[in-house]
Write a protein of this length. Sequence first.
Length: 114
Amino acid sequence: MIVAATAWQLEEALANLLENAALYGARRITVSVLADPPRLCVEDDGPGIPESQRLLVLRPFHRGREGGTGTGLGLAIVDSIARAHGCRLTLADSDPAHPERPGLCITLTFPDAV
């Protein structure tokens, strides 16, 4: 599977997703690349983001919680890169069948393979 993308931007998006997961308490981070449809998934076992906050955390300088060392730009940058590539960005519980378990799964779904 090959997607039309700018490599350094995808590297930046992935680095931001991994850094956010680590900064916000994940002990386990799983990166998956799936083919049908083409997508990149970063899943963690951290505290997650409440569904009511998921759109807000994509805004520049919005931080999901007080404290910590982040600037509130990581997910905004990921969102910008996703839009530039025509990707759909989704934030979901790591285990939708068990929403009481912590964790977050962020997925970039690419429009088409080339």
